[in-house]
Design a protein around this ligand. Structure first.
Ligand SMILES: Nc1ncnc2c1ncn2[C@@H]1O[C@H](COP(=O)(O)OP(=O)(O)OP(=O)(O)O)[C@@H](O)[C@H]1O
Length: 254
C-alpha cells in the first residue's frame, strides 16, 4: 500500500485553502495532520476521500489515480471517519456498522459480512449497546460507531478527522489503540488531530499545516517548541517521556 499526493491545491469558491500539498504514506504508517483551527486539515481529508475535488494535483493509491476510482472502489480502499455526522433516521449500532459492508454486498449480507461486523463491535467494546439506536448514543459512543462503520469497509487507508475529540481519556486510548492494531495488520491511517501529545504517541509521521500550506513534515522530531510556537502562537515545552513526545502548552504568544 502506498498513497502519494502531489501538488494538491483546493479552493472553496474564490478562497484558496490548500496550497501545494505533497505527502507520502506507506503501509503500516500512521500520519498525523496537525495545525490550528482552519488550517485545512478536514479539507485535506475530504480531498483524499473524493468528497471535495481538488483544483490541481494528483492523489495516487498504489500507483492508481484516485480521481478515477468508482464510488465502490473508493469505499473499498478509503475509510473515512468524519468529525461530526448528523444522521436523523433511526438505525441500530449493528446496522450502522453493517452499512460499511455496502461496497461488498450484492443484495443481502453474507455470514462473512455479519461476522466482520460482530468482530468490530467486540473490538470497539460496543457489545452492550449493539442494538441501540445511534441517535440515542452519547457523542463519544457515536464517534466509535462511525469508526466501526469505516473499519467494516476493510479499507487500505483510514482517514480519521479528530477521532478523539468527543472521547474521554480511556476511550481516546481505546480508539487509537484500535487504529494502531489495524495499521499493524497492514493498512495505514491519516489522522487529523489537535492533541499534540497523542500525535506524539501514536503517529509515525507528521504533516504540520499552517494556513493551508505544509509548514513542516517528517517524523516526530518536527514536534519542536519552535515549530509549534510558530504555527500555533503558543509557548510550549516538549518533553521526552519513555520515548514519547509530550507537548505541554505554557502561554499564548501575544
Ligand atoms: N464549506 C465551506 N465553504 C467555504 N469555506 C469553508 C468550508 N469549509 C471550510 N471552509 C474554510 O476552509 C478553511 C479550512 O477549514 P478546515 O475545516 O479544513 O480546517 P481545519 O484545520 O480542519 O479546522 P478545525 O481544526 O477547526 O477543524 C477555513 O478557513 C474554513 O473557514
Amino acid at each position: 500500500m502506498r498513497l502519494e499526493i502531489e501538488g494538491l491545491e483546493f479552493s472553496y469558491q474564490q478562497e484558496d485553502i490548500l496550497k501545494n500539498i505533497e505527502l507520502e504514506l506507506d503501509e503500516g504508517e500512521i500520519l498525523g495532520i496537525i495545525g490550528p483551527n482552519g488550517s485545512g486539515k478536514s479539507t485535506l481529508l475530504k480531498c483524499i476521500n473524493g468528497i471535495l475535488k481538488p483544483d490541481r494535483g494528483d492523489i495516487w493509491l498504489n500507483g492508481k489515480d484516485l480521481a478515477k476510482f468508482s464510488s465502490n472502489e473508493m469505499a473499498q480502499n478509503i475509510g473515512y471517519v468524519p468529525q461530526k455526522e448528523n444522521r436523523k433516521f433511526p438505525a441500530t449500532v449493528f446496522d450502522t456498522i453493517l452499512m460499511g459492508r455496502k461496497p461488498y454486498i450484492s443484495w443481502k449480507p453474507t455470514e462473512k459480512d455479519l461476522t466482520i461486523v460482530s468482530e468490530i463491535i467486540d473490538m470497539l467494546y460496543l457489545d452492550s449497546i449493539s442494538m441501540r439506536d445511534v441517535n440515542r448514543l452519547s457523542g463519544g459512543q457515536r464517534q466509535k460507531v462511525i469508526m466501526g462503520r469505516a473499519l467494516a469497509q476493510q479499507p487500505e487507508v483510514m482517514l480519521l478527522d479528530e477521532p478523539t475529540s468527543d472521547l474521554d481519556l480511556k476511550h481516546q486510548l481505546e480508539v487509537l489503540n484500535v487504529v494502531k492494531d489495524q495499521v499493524a495488520q497492514g493498512i495505514s491511517a491519516i489522522i487529523a488531530i489537535h492533541d499534540l501529545s497523542l500525535a506524539g504517541r501514536y503517529c509515525d509521521k507528521i504533516v504540520m499545516l499552517d494556513q493551508g500550506r505544509i509548514f513542516d513534515a517528517g517524523g516526530l522530531e518536527i514536534l519542536t517548541p519552535k515549530n509549534i510556537e510558530s504555527v500555533y502562537d503558543v509557548k510550549v515545552s516538549v518533553k521526552e517521556h519513555y520515548g514519547r513526545r509530550l507537548v505541554v502548552p505554557e502561554e499564548p504568544i501575544a
